[in-house]
Design a protein around this ligand. Structure first.
Ligand code: ZN
Ligand code: ZN
Length: 253
């Protein structure tokens, strides 16, 4: 099972990074639909695509508009978009208002509330849980028989937040890290995470491997959140394996 990081920026695209989009082609599952989604076309391997949205901020949903272009060029027959009902309403009445976008998207909207708190997709169970972010967002966890992965963005990463229980001992945690430790005040104000808080929470939740994404878009640096500096200060802070995501990174799970 491969996971492709099609977009790893928060907020807006930069020279190095498109906005958030994480794709598992073999599972037919995508987390968020930021501008990086345009890179999905050659990777589409199934007739159904299940897109799970964390929330409706534009850096996570703008790429839905690209589906009008992607669907006819691929074998896709059905695209499901999952989100909280209020977020679906905001996307459809706001971003997809006829004055902002000219056509209906070829998707089926599915409210998470209509499903309860989990969904079985082929051989995996997908669960969702609330995060701390202005307007609210949700994190997701996928469990296969012998593999687990969680996707957590956007959120303030206090290590006491209840969501850490939902990702406990997960094999792979993909977690946002928009800010470095010198920007904690701004991170809190905007409902985002900073490096040492993510490391600390992941360690405490006994996460096996951590991938940090939703990074600062204006930085051209491979380490925009000073991961090296945070690890130097607190040696045993994070899990043993920590990866800073970059656009087009592909990891075999
Ligand atoms: Zn975001
Ligand atoms: Zn957001």
């Amino acid at each position: 099972m491969n996971v492709h990081f099609l977009g790893t920026a928060g907020y807006h695209p930069g020279e190095r990074r498109q906005t958030s989009c994480v794709f598992l082609p073999e599972a037919g599952v995508m987390f968020d639909a930021g501008t990086g989604i345009f890179r999905a076309t050659p990777l589409i391997a199934k007739e159904s695509l299940h897109i799970f949205l964390s929330h409706a901020h534009l850096d996570h949903v703008f790429g839905l508009t690209c589906l009008l272009d992607i669907v006819p060029k691929t074998i896709l027959k059905k695209v499901y978009v999952y989100a909280e009902q209020a977020k679906i309403d905001a996307i459809r009445n706001g971003m997809l208002h006829p004055l902002l976008f000219p056509a209906e998207l070829p998707v089926e909207w599915v409210s998470l509330e209509s499903l309860g708190d989990s969904l079985t997709l082929n051989d995996a169970v997908v669960r969702w849980f609330p995060l701390t972010h202005p307007g609210g967002s949700v994190g997701y966890r996928m469990d296969w028989e012998d593999l687990s992965l969680a996707y957590v963005t956007d959120t303030t990463a206090d290590d006491t937040s209840p969501y850490w229980n939902e990702v406990r001992e997960v094999d792979w945690l993909i977690h946002e890290c928009n800010f470095c430790d010198s920007e904690i005040e701004f991170a809190r104000m905007t409902g985002h995470s900073w490096t040492s808080a993510v490391l600390k929470g992941a360690k405490k939740a006994r996460v096996q491997r951590l991938v940090m994404t939703h990074l600062q878009p204006l930085s051209e640096n491979a380490d925009p959140v000073d991961l090296a500096g945070s690890l130097a200060k607190h040696r045993d802070l994070g899990p043993d394996q920590i990866i800073l995501a970059d656009d087009l990174l592909c990891i075999e799970l």
